[in-house]
Design a protein around this ligand. Structure first.
Ligand code: 4AD
Ligand code: MG
Length: 465
């Protein structure tokens, strides 16, 4: 007999047919005569009720059916008399694949804290909450590919191991096969990499953008979607050392086109979530965040506010003057903290904000320089509850200006020659941005901590599992 997934069983409009289902027992309750098993197979948030006539089964078998055990059930699918479900299965035969000891299986009781569940990240996908989060995670990945594919963008694979620091922030994890106990050094005490695997210092990428630009100036419009790594020592609910990023890059797009693309893209993803993950989102709404569905619907409604950084700073300074307390100082030139970003979005405008034209000192070397000599054509998309969800810019297309900035910032030229070639041969205006996949998931799931939207979070002092 072919196994049917519970998601399909629950949608069935046919009754009194025999089916085979397999999954993990969430609970078993009942009395001497009859047992009710709540079975979940991960395909959907809902459990399937299995009704067991105890007389028809050996006691030894029934004893093994405890929370967490894996079983297969053949039975008749019938309309349910009980509350809470439309259908249930009257069991004919049950096979126990694997037992789960009542005293040691950690997911016995409901209502574990998210902190505790992080310590058992190998088992937490079996909870309703993480089942929902990871099904949504999958669906958002599909939404992203769907959006770009339909628009004629090409999915381009940029390297994970790289010798260049895209964001220039020096937050890279080194990749080496050298014996760290016996490093060869030159007269100045610098490590010699000649005999290392790549023959030079190599790291895990912080962004696929630089290679993405090469592709955009050939294929026209591309996007990357892959893991990125940042060795920043920030233990916050919004930072991971390993996260996934989506980076579209488009030839001939200016910053205006870039903002339009970002807004359309993120709205498409949110709409997709509402259309395709309704049960999971409703569960998270009811369990954790009563405003979740309303917040998702609200970002779809309005056009995002578009505002230069300088105007944003004015608004924040006015707030301070009126007595609003921020932890970090506000002044022109300051890098905005998430409290500032969230003030603009949640308190002032009450909708998403795209902040543009940041001071060049707080942005990366590759951004197009404005005529004022002070700002660059950057754009950050700021979201309720999250702060920065997207960072992007129009790129500096002028060879001389770009080279001058690279020199100003002392970026080693030997790593950048190939990037500069895009500006030497057929340079053109182009723009792109990066969306942090887990930041999007924070928004869509309403979860408060980024560690709870990626299966196995990597953060400072934590690489378990
Ligand atoms: O603003 P960032 O650093 O921009 C770039 O990397 C550009 N190269 C993107 C581009 O223009 N192609 O990062 C982009 C986004 C942020 O807005 C944020 O959503 C996410 O990546 N992000 C992180 N997410 C989780 N943990 C971290 N440590 C993150 N750092 C950035
Ligand atoms: Mg940024």
């Amino acid at each position: 007999m072919k196994r049917v997934k519970i998601a399909d069983v629950l949608k069935s409009t046919q009754y009194d047919i025999d089916v085979l289902v397999k999954g993990w027992v969430r609970t078993r309750r009942g009395n001497k005569m009859v047992s009710f098993i709540a079975l979940n197979d991960g395909s959907v948030i809902h459990n399937l009720q299995i009704v067991v006539d105890n007389d028809k089964f050996e006691d030894d078998l029934l004893k093994k059916i405890t929370t967490g055990s894996a079983i297969g059930v053949v039975g008749k699918l019938v309309q349910s008399q009980g509350k809470g479900q439309n259908v249930e299965i009257q069991a004919f035969s049950i096979e126990v694949y694997g037992t789960a000891d009542v005293d040691t299986y950690p997911l016995q009781k409901k209502g574990h804290s998210l902190e505790f569940l992080r310590e058992i990240a190998h088992l937490r996908p079996r909870t309703n909450t993480f089942g929902a989060v990871f099904r949504i995670r999958h669906n958002m990945a599909i939404a992203i590919h769907d959006f770009f594919h339909k628009k004629g963008f090409f999915y381009f694979h940029t390297p994970i191991i790289t010798a260049s620091d895209c964001e220039g922030a020096g937050q890279m994890f080194q990749v080496t096969t050298k014996n760290l106990y016996d490093l060869k050094k030159d007269a100045n005490g610098s490590i010699i990499y000649d005999d290392d695997f790549f023959g030079k210092q190599a790291s895990l990428t912080v962004s696929g953008q630089l290679e993405g630009e090469l592709a955009a100036t050939a294929l026209g419009a591309i996007y990357t979607f892959g893991p990125t790594f940042r060795a920043e020592n920030s233990n916050t609910p919004r930072h991971l050392a390993e996260f996934w990023m989506i980076e579209p890059e488009v030839a001939f797009n200016d910053i205006e086109d870039n903002m339009n693309l970002a807004e359309e893209f993120i709205k498409y993803c949110v709409q997709w979530a509402l259309d395709n993950c309704r049960d999971d989102i409703q569960f998270l709404n009811d369990m954790f965040d009563k405003e979740l569905v309303a917040r998702l619907e609200s970002v779809l409604k309005d056009a995002f506010v578009r505002l230069p950084y300088t105007e944003g700073i004015k608004i924040l300074e006015e707030a301070v003057a009126k007595g609003h307390k921020f932890e970090f100082p506000v002044f022109w030139g300051a890098d905005l903290a998430s409290e500032h970003e969230r003030y603009l979005v949640e308190e002032h405008f009450k909708k998403p904000v795209i902040l543009t034209d940041y001071p060049k000192e707080i942005k990366a070397f590759y951004m197009k320089q404005n005529d004022d000599g002070k700002t660059v054509r950057a754009m950050d998309v700021l979201f309720p509850k999250i702060g920065e969800i997207i960072g992007g810019s129009e790129r500096e297309a002028d060879y001389d200006k770009l080279l001058a900035r690279i020199n100003e910032l002392n970026i080693p030229m030997k790593d950048m020659w190939w990037y500069l070639d895009t500006r030497r041969f057929g340079t053109c205006p182009h723009s792109g941005f990066g969306l942090g996949f887990e930041r999007l998931l924070l928004f869509v799931t309403g979860m408060a901590n980024i560690r709870d939207v990626i299966p196995f979070p990597r953060t400072p002092k934590n690489a378990e599992f």
